[in-house]
Design a protein around this ligand. Structure first.
Ligand SMILES: Cc1cc2nc3c(=O)[nH]c(=O)nc-3n(C[C@H](O)[C@H](O)[C@H](O)COP(=O)(O)OP(=O)(O)OC[C@H]3O[C@@H](n4cnc5c(N)ncnc54)[C@H](O)[C@@H]3O)c2cc1C
Ligand code: SF4
Length: 479
Protein backbone atom coordinates (compact mmCIF):
# COMPACT_ATOMS: atom_id res chain seq x y z
CA UNK A 1 0.00 0.00 0.00
CA UNK A 2 1.36 3.45 -0.91
CA UNK A 3 2.42 5.95 1.77
CA UNK A 4 -0.31 8.31 0.63
CA UNK A 5 -3.00 5.65 0.95
CA UNK A 6 -1.79 4.79 4.48
CA UNK A 7 -1.95 8.49 5.33
CA UNK A 8 -5.51 8.60 4.02
CA UNK A 9 -6.60 5.62 6.11
CA UNK A 10 -5.06 6.99 9.30
CA UNK A 11 -6.68 10.37 8.64
CA UNK A 12 -10.09 8.74 8.20
CA UNK A 13 -10.10 7.08 11.65
CA UNK A 14 -11.39 9.92 13.86
CA UNK A 15 -14.00 12.61 13.26
CA UNK A 16 -12.22 15.88 12.47
CA UNK A 17 -13.19 19.32 13.73
CA UNK A 18 -14.29 21.85 11.10
CA UNK A 19 -10.85 23.51 11.01
CA UNK A 20 -9.06 20.14 10.92
CA UNK A 21 -11.39 19.13 8.12
CA UNK A 22 -10.25 22.13 6.10
CA UNK A 23 -6.60 21.27 6.59
CA UNK A 24 -7.17 17.61 5.86
CA UNK A 25 -9.12 18.43 2.74
CA UNK A 26 -5.71 19.42 1.38
CA UNK A 27 -4.46 15.89 2.06
CA UNK A 28 -7.57 14.36 0.58
CA UNK A 29 -7.27 16.55 -2.52
CA UNK A 30 -3.66 15.54 -2.92
CA UNK A 31 -4.71 11.89 -2.88
CA UNK A 32 -7.76 12.25 -5.06
CA UNK A 33 -6.12 14.66 -7.50
CA UNK A 34 -3.51 12.10 -8.43
CA UNK A 35 -5.14 11.57 -11.75
CA UNK A 36 -3.50 8.25 -12.44
CA UNK A 37 -3.25 6.74 -15.86
CA UNK A 38 -6.10 4.26 -15.34
CA UNK A 39 -8.48 6.98 -14.28
CA UNK A 40 -7.50 9.12 -17.29
CA UNK A 41 -8.19 6.17 -19.56
CA UNK A 42 -11.46 5.41 -17.83
CA UNK A 43 -12.65 9.01 -18.12
CA UNK A 44 -11.48 9.31 -21.73
CA UNK A 45 -13.30 6.16 -22.73
CA UNK A 46 -16.55 7.65 -21.37
CA UNK A 47 -16.52 10.13 -24.28
CA UNK A 48 -19.32 9.07 -26.61
CA UNK A 49 -17.51 10.63 -29.61
CA UNK A 50 -20.78 12.38 -30.40
CA UNK A 51 -21.14 13.79 -33.91
CA UNK A 52 -21.22 17.44 -32.86
CA UNK A 53 -18.33 18.17 -30.47
CA UNK A 54 -20.06 20.70 -28.20
CA UNK A 55 -17.09 20.56 -25.79
CA UNK A 56 -14.73 21.65 -28.57
CA UNK A 57 -17.10 24.38 -29.75
CA UNK A 58 -17.24 25.80 -26.22
CA UNK A 59 -13.48 25.66 -25.66
CA UNK A 60 -12.08 29.12 -26.58
CA UNK A 61 -9.05 27.39 -28.12
CA UNK A 62 -11.20 24.93 -30.09
CA UNK A 63 -9.12 22.14 -28.57
CA UNK A 64 -9.65 18.88 -30.42
CA UNK A 65 -11.01 17.27 -27.25
CA UNK A 66 -12.80 14.20 -28.71
CA UNK A 67 -9.65 13.11 -30.57
CA UNK A 68 -7.26 13.52 -27.65
CA UNK A 69 -9.72 11.71 -25.39
CA UNK A 70 -9.83 8.84 -27.89
CA UNK A 71 -6.01 8.70 -28.07
CA UNK A 72 -5.79 8.70 -24.26
CA UNK A 73 -8.37 5.93 -23.99
CA UNK A 74 -6.21 3.90 -26.41
CA UNK A 75 -3.06 4.63 -24.37
CA UNK A 76 -1.49 6.65 -27.24
CA UNK A 77 -0.30 9.38 -24.90
CA UNK A 78 2.43 10.94 -27.04
CA UNK A 79 -0.05 11.50 -29.87
CA UNK A 80 -2.63 12.79 -27.39
CA UNK A 81 -0.06 15.27 -26.06
CA UNK A 82 1.01 16.41 -29.53
CA UNK A 83 -2.59 17.06 -30.52
CA UNK A 84 -3.40 18.82 -27.26
CA UNK A 85 -0.38 21.16 -27.37
CA UNK A 86 -0.98 22.03 -31.03
CA UNK A 87 -3.81 24.38 -30.01
CA UNK A 88 -2.80 25.31 -26.46
CA UNK A 89 0.48 26.73 -25.12
CA UNK A 90 -0.20 25.63 -21.55
CA UNK A 91 -2.70 22.74 -21.44
CA UNK A 92 -1.69 21.63 -17.93
CA UNK A 93 -2.52 25.14 -16.67
CA UNK A 94 -5.91 25.33 -18.43
CA UNK A 95 -6.66 21.79 -17.22
CA UNK A 96 -6.19 23.08 -13.67
CA UNK A 97 -7.88 26.48 -13.71
CA UNK A 98 -10.35 26.84 -16.58
CA UNK A 99 -13.91 27.15 -15.28
CA UNK A 100 -14.74 23.94 -17.15
CA UNK A 101 -18.33 23.94 -15.85
CA UNK A 102 -18.92 27.06 -17.97
CA UNK A 103 -16.85 25.89 -20.97
CA UNK A 104 -16.01 22.41 -22.29
CA UNK A 105 -17.39 20.20 -19.49
CA UNK A 106 -20.59 22.20 -19.09
CA UNK A 107 -21.37 21.36 -22.72
CA UNK A 108 -20.42 17.68 -22.67
CA UNK A 109 -23.29 15.65 -24.14
CA UNK A 110 -22.97 13.07 -21.36
CA UNK A 111 -23.32 15.86 -18.77
CA UNK A 112 -26.36 17.19 -20.62
CA UNK A 113 -27.97 13.75 -20.47
CA UNK A 114 -27.49 13.68 -16.69
CA UNK A 115 -24.65 11.14 -16.42
CA UNK A 116 -21.88 13.46 -15.24
CA UNK A 117 -19.39 15.11 -17.56
CA UNK A 118 -16.21 13.52 -18.85
CA UNK A 119 -13.62 15.30 -16.69
CA UNK A 120 -11.96 16.94 -19.68
CA UNK A 121 -9.82 19.39 -17.67
CA UNK A 122 -8.30 16.60 -15.55
CA UNK A 123 -7.50 14.52 -18.63
CA UNK A 124 -5.90 17.56 -20.30
CA UNK A 125 -3.78 18.15 -17.21
CA UNK A 126 -2.85 14.47 -17.05
CA UNK A 127 -1.78 14.28 -20.72
CA UNK A 128 0.62 17.24 -20.34
CA UNK A 129 1.92 16.28 -16.89
CA UNK A 130 2.73 12.87 -18.34
CA UNK A 131 4.49 14.59 -21.25
CA UNK A 132 6.64 16.64 -18.84
CA UNK A 133 7.52 13.51 -16.85
CA UNK A 134 8.31 11.59 -20.03
CA UNK A 135 10.68 14.33 -21.26
CA UNK A 136 8.60 15.05 -24.37
CA UNK A 137 8.39 18.78 -23.70
CA UNK A 138 11.55 20.42 -24.98
CA UNK A 139 12.74 24.01 -25.56
CA UNK A 140 12.23 25.40 -29.07
CA UNK A 141 15.20 24.61 -31.35
CA UNK A 142 15.29 26.84 -34.40
CA UNK A 143 16.74 25.88 -37.75
CA UNK A 144 16.91 29.53 -38.75
CA UNK A 145 16.82 32.67 -36.62
CA UNK A 146 15.09 35.77 -37.97
CA UNK A 147 16.60 39.21 -37.43
CA UNK A 148 13.30 40.95 -36.77
CA UNK A 149 12.39 41.38 -33.14
CA UNK A 150 9.15 41.75 -31.21
CA UNK A 151 8.86 43.55 -27.87
CA UNK A 152 6.07 42.24 -25.64
CA UNK A 153 4.82 44.30 -22.69
CA UNK A 154 3.43 41.94 -20.07
CA UNK A 155 4.46 38.38 -19.17
CA UNK A 156 0.95 37.09 -18.40
CA UNK A 157 -0.64 34.25 -20.38
CA UNK A 158 -1.40 36.50 -23.40
CA UNK A 159 2.19 37.77 -23.65
CA UNK A 160 3.69 34.33 -22.99
CA UNK A 161 1.52 32.55 -25.59
CA UNK A 162 2.26 35.22 -28.21
CA UNK A 163 5.97 35.11 -27.39
CA UNK A 164 6.14 31.34 -27.74
CA UNK A 165 4.25 31.30 -31.04
CA UNK A 166 6.47 34.04 -32.51
CA UNK A 167 9.65 32.40 -31.25
CA UNK A 168 8.65 29.16 -33.00
CA UNK A 169 8.62 31.23 -36.19
CA UNK A 170 12.18 32.38 -35.51
CA UNK A 171 11.66 35.96 -34.24
CA UNK A 172 13.78 37.56 -31.52
CA UNK A 173 11.48 38.03 -28.54
CA UNK A 174 11.94 40.25 -25.52
CA UNK A 175 9.22 40.34 -22.83
CA UNK A 176 9.14 43.33 -20.47
CA UNK A 177 7.27 43.06 -17.16
CA UNK A 178 6.96 45.27 -14.10
CA UNK A 179 6.78 42.32 -11.70
CA UNK A 180 9.91 40.52 -10.50
CA UNK A 181 8.76 37.18 -11.97
CA UNK A 182 7.06 36.30 -15.27
CA UNK A 183 3.56 34.79 -15.33
CA UNK A 184 1.27 37.78 -14.64
CA UNK A 185 -1.83 36.68 -12.74
CA UNK A 186 -0.73 33.05 -13.13
CA UNK A 187 2.08 33.73 -10.68
CA UNK A 188 0.74 36.53 -8.44
CA UNK A 189 -3.07 36.41 -8.77
CA UNK A 190 -4.30 32.81 -8.84
CA UNK A 191 -3.49 31.12 -5.51
CA UNK A 192 -1.13 28.20 -5.17
CA UNK A 193 -3.87 25.77 -4.07
CA UNK A 194 -5.49 26.21 -7.51
CA UNK A 195 -2.34 26.53 -9.58
CA UNK A 196 0.95 25.40 -8.07
CA UNK A 197 3.66 27.95 -8.75
CA UNK A 198 6.25 25.39 -9.88
CA UNK A 199 3.88 24.63 -12.78
CA UNK A 200 4.08 28.27 -13.93
CA UNK A 201 7.85 28.53 -13.36
CA UNK A 202 8.40 25.34 -15.38
CA UNK A 203 6.64 26.99 -18.35
CA UNK A 204 8.46 30.32 -18.12
CA UNK A 205 11.82 28.54 -17.68
CA UNK A 206 11.09 26.58 -20.84
CA UNK A 207 10.54 29.86 -22.71
CA UNK A 208 13.88 31.21 -21.43
CA UNK A 209 15.56 28.02 -22.60
CA UNK A 210 13.82 28.55 -25.95
CA UNK A 211 15.67 31.85 -26.40
CA UNK A 212 13.01 34.28 -25.22
CA UNK A 213 14.51 37.12 -23.20
CA UNK A 214 12.66 38.40 -20.11
CA UNK A 215 13.29 41.81 -18.62
CA UNK A 216 11.62 41.84 -15.20
CA UNK A 217 11.15 44.83 -12.87
CA UNK A 218 10.78 46.98 -15.95
CA UNK A 219 7.65 49.09 -16.10
CA UNK A 220 6.88 50.57 -19.47
CA UNK A 221 5.90 54.20 -18.98
CA UNK A 222 8.30 54.48 -16.04
CA UNK A 223 11.58 52.68 -16.74
CA UNK A 224 11.26 52.74 -20.53
CA UNK A 225 8.88 54.53 -22.86
CA UNK A 226 6.68 52.95 -25.48
CA UNK A 227 8.46 55.05 -28.11
CA UNK A 228 11.84 53.65 -27.03
CA UNK A 229 10.43 50.16 -27.46
CA UNK A 230 8.99 50.98 -30.88
CA UNK A 231 12.40 52.18 -32.02
CA UNK A 232 14.08 49.06 -30.70
CA UNK A 233 11.68 46.42 -32.06
CA UNK A 234 9.97 45.75 -35.38
CA UNK A 235 6.59 45.18 -33.71
CA UNK A 236 5.13 45.56 -30.22
CA UNK A 237 2.48 43.62 -28.35
CA UNK A 238 0.74 45.22 -25.36
CA UNK A 239 -0.53 42.49 -23.00
CA UNK A 240 -0.64 44.37 -19.72
CA UNK A 241 -3.86 42.99 -18.22
CA UNK A 242 -6.25 45.02 -16.06
CA UNK A 243 -5.18 46.07 -12.58
CA UNK A 244 -7.13 49.13 -11.41
CA UNK A 245 -9.23 47.83 -8.51
CA UNK A 246 -12.81 49.15 -8.30
CA UNK A 247 -13.28 51.08 -5.08
CA UNK A 248 -15.95 51.05 -2.41
CA UNK A 249 -16.86 54.57 -1.30
CA UNK A 250 -18.42 54.30 2.15
CA UNK A 251 -17.58 55.90 5.51
CA UNK A 252 -14.54 54.38 7.20
CA UNK A 253 -12.83 53.31 3.96
CA UNK A 254 -9.61 54.94 5.23
CA UNK A 255 -9.32 52.57 8.23
CA UNK A 256 -6.35 50.24 8.56
CA UNK A 257 -6.59 46.54 7.66
CA UNK A 258 -8.88 47.09 4.66
CA UNK A 259 -6.99 45.72 1.65
CA UNK A 260 -7.51 45.42 -2.09
CA UNK A 261 -7.62 41.77 -3.23
CA UNK A 262 -4.37 41.88 -5.20
CA UNK A 263 -2.36 43.18 -2.21
CA UNK A 264 -3.58 40.23 -0.14
CA UNK A 265 -3.09 37.64 -2.90
CA UNK A 266 0.33 38.90 -4.03
CA UNK A 267 1.61 38.76 -0.44
CA UNK A 268 0.29 35.23 -0.04
CA UNK A 269 1.72 34.05 -3.37
CA UNK A 270 5.10 35.64 -2.63
CA UNK A 271 5.23 33.86 0.72
CA UNK A 272 4.40 30.62 -1.08
CA UNK A 273 7.35 31.27 -3.37
CA UNK A 274 9.63 31.67 -0.35
CA UNK A 275 10.01 35.48 -0.52
CA UNK A 276 10.34 37.76 2.47
CA UNK A 277 7.17 39.86 2.66
CA UNK A 278 7.41 42.39 5.47
CA UNK A 279 3.69 43.20 5.66
CA UNK A 280 2.84 39.50 5.85
CA UNK A 281 5.63 38.64 8.30
CA UNK A 282 4.55 41.50 10.59
CA UNK A 283 1.07 39.91 10.64
CA UNK A 284 -0.68 42.80 8.87
CA UNK A 285 -1.44 40.94 5.64
CA UNK A 286 -1.77 37.55 7.32
CA UNK A 287 -5.31 36.36 8.08
CA UNK A 288 -4.24 34.01 10.87
CA UNK A 289 -6.47 34.31 13.94
CA UNK A 290 -8.54 37.12 12.42
CA UNK A 291 -12.20 37.60 11.61
CA UNK A 292 -11.93 38.14 7.87
CA UNK A 293 -14.69 39.65 5.74
CA UNK A 294 -14.36 39.52 1.94
CA UNK A 295 -16.57 41.86 -0.06
CA UNK A 296 -17.63 40.69 -3.53
CA UNK A 297 -18.89 37.56 -5.24
CA UNK A 298 -16.60 36.78 -8.18
CA UNK A 299 -13.79 34.27 -8.58
CA UNK A 300 -11.32 36.69 -7.00
CA UNK A 301 -13.53 36.77 -3.89
CA UNK A 302 -13.49 32.96 -3.80
CA UNK A 303 -9.68 32.97 -4.08
CA UNK A 304 -9.47 35.43 -1.17
CA UNK A 305 -11.85 33.55 1.16
CA UNK A 306 -10.14 30.24 0.44
CA UNK A 307 -6.68 31.79 0.96
CA UNK A 308 -7.84 33.26 4.29
CA UNK A 309 -9.08 29.79 5.35
CA UNK A 310 -5.67 28.33 4.52
CA UNK A 311 -3.97 31.05 6.57
CA UNK A 312 -6.02 29.83 9.57
CA UNK A 313 -8.34 32.81 9.92
CA UNK A 314 -10.61 32.68 12.98
CA UNK A 315 -13.68 33.16 10.78
CA UNK A 316 -14.20 33.95 7.09
CA UNK A 317 -17.33 35.66 5.79
CA UNK A 318 -18.21 36.69 2.27
CA UNK A 319 -20.61 39.59 1.75
CA UNK A 320 -22.36 39.60 -1.60
CA UNK A 321 -25.18 41.92 -2.67
CA UNK A 322 -27.04 39.38 -4.82
CA UNK A 323 -28.04 35.80 -4.05
CA UNK A 324 -26.22 32.55 -4.77
CA UNK A 325 -28.00 32.01 -8.10
CA UNK A 326 -26.85 35.43 -9.34
CA UNK A 327 -23.24 35.16 -8.26
CA UNK A 328 -20.70 35.85 -11.03
CA UNK A 329 -18.17 33.37 -9.60
CA UNK A 330 -17.95 29.72 -10.60
CA UNK A 331 -20.50 27.51 -8.77
CA UNK A 332 -17.78 24.95 -8.16
CA UNK A 333 -15.66 27.54 -6.33
CA UNK A 334 -18.60 28.58 -4.13
CA UNK A 335 -19.25 24.95 -3.20
CA UNK A 336 -15.56 24.47 -2.37
CA UNK A 337 -15.57 27.59 -0.19
CA UNK A 338 -18.75 26.52 1.62
CA UNK A 339 -17.26 23.07 2.28
CA UNK A 340 -14.20 24.74 3.76
CA UNK A 341 -16.30 26.64 6.31
CA UNK A 342 -16.73 30.04 4.62
CA UNK A 343 -19.96 31.75 5.66
CA UNK A 344 -21.77 33.50 2.83
CA UNK A 345 -23.96 36.43 3.73
CA UNK A 346 -26.09 36.74 0.61
CA UNK A 347 -28.11 39.83 -0.28
CA UNK A 348 -25.98 42.15 1.83
CA UNK A 349 -23.98 45.27 1.17
CA UNK A 350 -21.53 47.16 3.41
CA UNK A 351 -22.83 50.56 4.55
CA UNK A 352 -19.92 51.71 6.73
CA UNK A 353 -16.61 50.45 8.11
CA UNK A 354 -16.30 51.21 11.82
CA UNK A 355 -13.26 51.30 14.10
CA UNK A 356 -10.81 53.58 15.91
CA UNK A 357 -7.74 53.33 13.67
CA UNK A 358 -8.20 49.78 12.43
CA UNK A 359 -11.40 48.23 11.19
CA UNK A 360 -13.43 46.56 13.96
CA UNK A 361 -16.96 46.18 12.58
CA UNK A 362 -18.90 46.52 9.35
CA UNK A 363 -22.43 47.93 9.28
CA UNK A 364 -24.30 46.02 6.62
CA UNK A 365 -27.54 46.73 4.75
CA UNK A 366 -29.85 43.91 3.68
CA UNK A 367 -30.64 43.87 -0.02
CA UNK A 368 -33.63 42.75 -2.06
CA UNK A 369 -33.47 42.02 -5.77
CA UNK A 370 -35.43 44.33 -8.06
CA UNK A 371 -36.13 44.29 -11.80
CA UNK A 372 -33.50 42.87 -14.20
CA UNK A 373 -30.97 45.47 -15.43
CA UNK A 374 -29.39 45.77 -18.93
CA UNK A 375 -27.28 42.66 -18.26
CA UNK A 376 -30.44 40.65 -17.46
CA UNK A 377 -29.46 40.30 -13.79
CA UNK A 378 -31.86 41.54 -11.13
CA UNK A 379 -30.57 44.78 -9.66
CA UNK A 380 -29.88 44.99 -5.93
CA UNK A 381 -31.96 47.43 -3.84
CA UNK A 382 -31.26 48.35 -0.21
CA UNK A 383 -34.00 47.33 2.25
CA UNK A 384 -34.84 50.27 4.51
CA UNK A 385 -33.94 49.97 8.23
CA UNK A 386 -32.43 46.54 7.72
CA UNK A 387 -28.90 47.20 8.91
CA UNK A 388 -26.93 44.84 11.11
CA UNK A 389 -23.31 44.67 12.31
CA UNK A 390 -20.62 42.05 11.76
CA UNK A 391 -17.19 41.83 13.35
CA UNK A 392 -14.14 42.27 11.12
CA UNK A 393 -10.42 42.51 11.96
CA UNK A 394 -9.47 42.35 8.31
CA UNK A 395 -11.46 43.22 5.18
CA UNK A 396 -10.60 42.38 1.60
CA UNK A 397 -12.24 44.26 -1.27
CA UNK A 398 -12.86 42.27 -4.44
CA UNK A 399 -15.09 44.47 -6.56
CA UNK A 400 -13.45 43.74 -9.89
CA UNK A 401 -10.75 45.31 -12.01
CA UNK A 402 -10.66 48.01 -14.67
CA UNK A 403 -7.93 48.93 -17.12
CA UNK A 404 -5.36 51.46 -16.06
CA UNK A 405 -5.09 54.57 -18.22
CA UNK A 406 -2.65 53.09 -20.72
CA UNK A 407 -2.41 56.10 -23.11
CA UNK A 408 -1.51 58.27 -20.10
CA UNK A 409 0.86 55.69 -18.60
CA UNK A 410 2.59 55.25 -21.95
CA UNK A 411 2.41 58.98 -22.75
CA UNK A 412 0.87 58.05 -26.07
CA UNK A 413 -2.24 60.02 -26.97
CA UNK A 414 -2.57 58.24 -30.30
CA UNK A 415 -3.21 54.95 -28.54
CA UNK A 416 -7.00 55.00 -28.47
CA UNK A 417 -9.24 53.27 -25.97
CA UNK A 418 -12.87 52.15 -25.87
CA UNK A 419 -15.51 53.61 -23.56
CA UNK A 420 -14.51 50.96 -21.01
CA UNK A 421 -10.84 52.03 -21.06
CA UNK A 422 -9.68 48.86 -22.83
CA UNK A 423 -7.38 49.29 -25.84
CA UNK A 424 -9.09 49.81 -29.17
CA UNK A 425 -7.88 47.24 -31.70
CA UNK A 426 -8.75 46.23 -35.23
CA UNK A 427 -11.15 43.30 -34.87
CA UNK A 428 -9.29 41.18 -37.45
CA UNK A 429 -5.64 42.10 -36.94
CA UNK A 430 -5.57 43.08 -33.25
CA UNK A 431 -3.48 46.10 -34.22
CA UNK A 432 -4.06 49.14 -32.03
CA UNK A 433 -4.44 52.66 -33.39
CA UNK A 434 -0.61 52.82 -33.52
CA UNK A 435 1.00 51.15 -36.51
CA UNK A 436 2.92 47.99 -35.62
CA UNK A 437 1.58 48.00 -32.03
CA UNK A 438 -0.78 45.11 -31.28
CA UNK A 439 -2.72 44.24 -28.11
CA UNK A 440 -4.08 41.05 -26.54
CA UNK A 441 -5.64 39.59 -23.40
CA UNK A 442 -7.48 41.40 -20.60
CA UNK A 443 -6.30 44.83 -21.73
CA UNK A 444 -8.46 44.33 -24.84
CA UNK A 445 -11.32 42.20 -23.46
CA UNK A 446 -11.55 43.49 -19.89
CA UNK A 447 -11.10 41.07 -16.97
CA UNK A 448 -11.56 37.60 -18.49
CA UNK A 449 -9.98 34.15 -18.36
CA UNK A 450 -6.56 32.61 -18.89
CA UNK A 451 -7.79 30.49 -21.80
CA UNK A 452 -9.04 33.62 -23.62
CA UNK A 453 -5.73 35.37 -22.98
CA UNK A 454 -3.90 32.41 -24.56
CA UNK A 455 -6.27 32.47 -27.54
CA UNK A 456 -5.69 36.23 -28.00
CA UNK A 457 -1.93 35.82 -27.65
CA UNK A 458 -1.93 33.16 -30.39
CA UNK A 459 -4.14 35.26 -32.68
CA UNK A 460 -1.99 38.35 -32.11
CA UNK A 461 1.14 36.32 -32.94
CA UNK A 462 -0.40 35.32 -36.31
CA UNK A 463 -1.18 38.95 -37.11
CA UNK A 464 2.25 40.16 -36.02
CA UNK A 465 3.85 37.51 -38.23
CA UNK A 466 1.82 38.68 -41.24
CA UNK A 467 2.70 42.30 -40.46
CA UNK A 468 6.42 41.52 -40.18
CA UNK A 469 6.47 39.38 -43.33
CA UNK A 470 4.84 42.23 -45.18
CA UNK A 471 7.32 44.73 -43.75
CA UNK A 472 10.23 42.48 -44.71
CA UNK A 473 9.02 41.92 -48.27
CA UNK A 474 8.57 45.71 -48.72
CA UNK A 475 12.12 46.23 -47.42
CA UNK A 476 13.47 43.59 -49.83
CA UNK A 477 11.67 45.23 -52.76
CA UNK A 478 13.18 48.63 -51.91
CA UNK A 479 16.62 47.03 -51.52
C1 LIG B 1 -7.34 36.64 -8.31
C2 LIG B 1 -7.62 36.18 -9.71
C3 LIG B 1 -7.91 34.85 -9.92
C4 LIG B 1 -8.18 34.40 -11.21
N1 LIG B 1 -8.46 33.08 -11.39
C5 LIG B 1 -8.67 32.62 -12.63
C6 LIG B 1 -8.94 31.25 -12.86
O1 LIG B 1 -9.01 30.45 -11.92
N2 LIG B 1 -9.11 30.81 -14.14
C7 LIG B 1 -9.01 31.67 -15.20
O2 LIG B 1 -9.13 31.21 -16.34
N3 LIG B 1 -8.78 32.98 -15.01
C8 LIG B 1 -8.61 33.48 -13.76
N4 LIG B 1 -8.37 34.81 -13.58
C9 LIG B 1 -8.29 35.69 -14.75
C10 LIG B 1 -6.95 35.54 -15.48
O3 LIG B 1 -5.90 35.46 -14.55
C11 LIG B 1 -6.72 36.68 -16.47
O4 LIG B 1 -7.82 36.74 -17.35
C12 LIG B 1 -5.45 36.46 -17.30
O5 LIG B 1 -4.32 36.30 -16.46
C13 LIG B 1 -5.22 37.64 -18.26
O6 LIG B 1 -4.00 37.47 -18.91
P1 LIG B 1 -3.17 38.70 -19.49
O7 LIG B 1 -1.94 38.11 -20.05
O8 LIG B 1 -4.05 39.51 -20.36
O9 LIG B 1 -2.84 39.63 -18.24
P2 LIG B 1 -2.10 39.36 -16.84
O10 LIG B 1 -2.09 37.93 -16.46
O11 LIG B 1 -2.70 40.31 -15.91
O12 LIG B 1 -0.59 39.79 -17.14
C14 LIG B 1 -0.26 41.12 -17.43
C15 LIG B 1 1.20 41.37 -17.12
O13 LIG B 1 1.53 42.68 -17.58
C16 LIG B 1 2.40 43.29 -16.66
N5 LIG B 1 2.30 44.74 -16.82
C17 LIG B 1 1.22 45.52 -16.63
N6 LIG B 1 1.51 46.80 -16.92
C18 LIG B 1 2.82 46.83 -17.26
C19 LIG B 1 3.72 47.87 -17.65
N7 LIG B 1 3.33 49.13 -17.75
N8 LIG B 1 5.00 47.54 -17.94
C20 LIG B 1 5.42 46.25 -17.85
N9 LIG B 1 4.61 45.24 -17.49
C21 LIG B 1 3.33 45.52 -17.20
C22 LIG B 1 1.90 42.79 -15.31
O14 LIG B 1 2.94 42.88 -14.34
C23 LIG B 1 1.53 41.34 -15.64
O15 LIG B 1 2.61 40.47 -15.41
C24 LIG B 1 -8.13 35.30 -12.29
C25 LIG B 1 -7.85 36.66 -12.07
C26 LIG B 1 -7.62 37.10 -10.78
C27 LIG B 1 -7.33 38.56 -10.54
S1 SF4 C 1 -8.60 24.80 -22.50
FE1 SF4 C 1 -10.17 25.01 -20.88
S2 SF4 C 1 -12.11 25.01 -21.98
FE2 SF4 C 1 -10.57 24.21 -23.42
S3 SF4 C 1 -10.60 21.95 -23.14
FE3 SF4 C 1 -9.06 22.75 -21.74
S4 SF4 C 1 -10.13 23.02 -19.79
FE4 SF4 C 1 -11.72 22.88 -21.38
Amino acid sequence: MSKKMLKFISISKKTPSKREAVNRKEDFKEIYSEFISEKAKEQSSRCSQCGVPFCQIHCPLSNNIPDWLKLTAEGRLLEAYELSQSTNNMPEICGRICPQDRLCEGNCVIEQSGHGTVTIGSVEKYITENAWESGWIKPIKLKKEKEQSVGIIGAGPAGLAAGEQLRKLGYQIKIYDRYDRPGGLLIYGIPNFKLEKHVVLRRTNLLTESGIEFLQNCEIGKNLTLEELREKHDAILIATGVYKAREIKIPGSHLENIFPAMEFLIASNKKGLGDKVNLFDSGKLNAEGKNVVVIGGGDTAMDCVRTAVRQNAKSVKCLYRRNKENMPGSTREVINAEEEGVEFIWLSSPKAFVGKNKIENIIVDKIKLGEPDDSGRRSPEIQKNSEFTIKADMTIKTLGFEPENIPKMFNSENLKTTQWGTLKTDFNTMETTLSGVFAAGDIVRGASLVVWAIKDGRDAANSINKYLENKESKREKVA
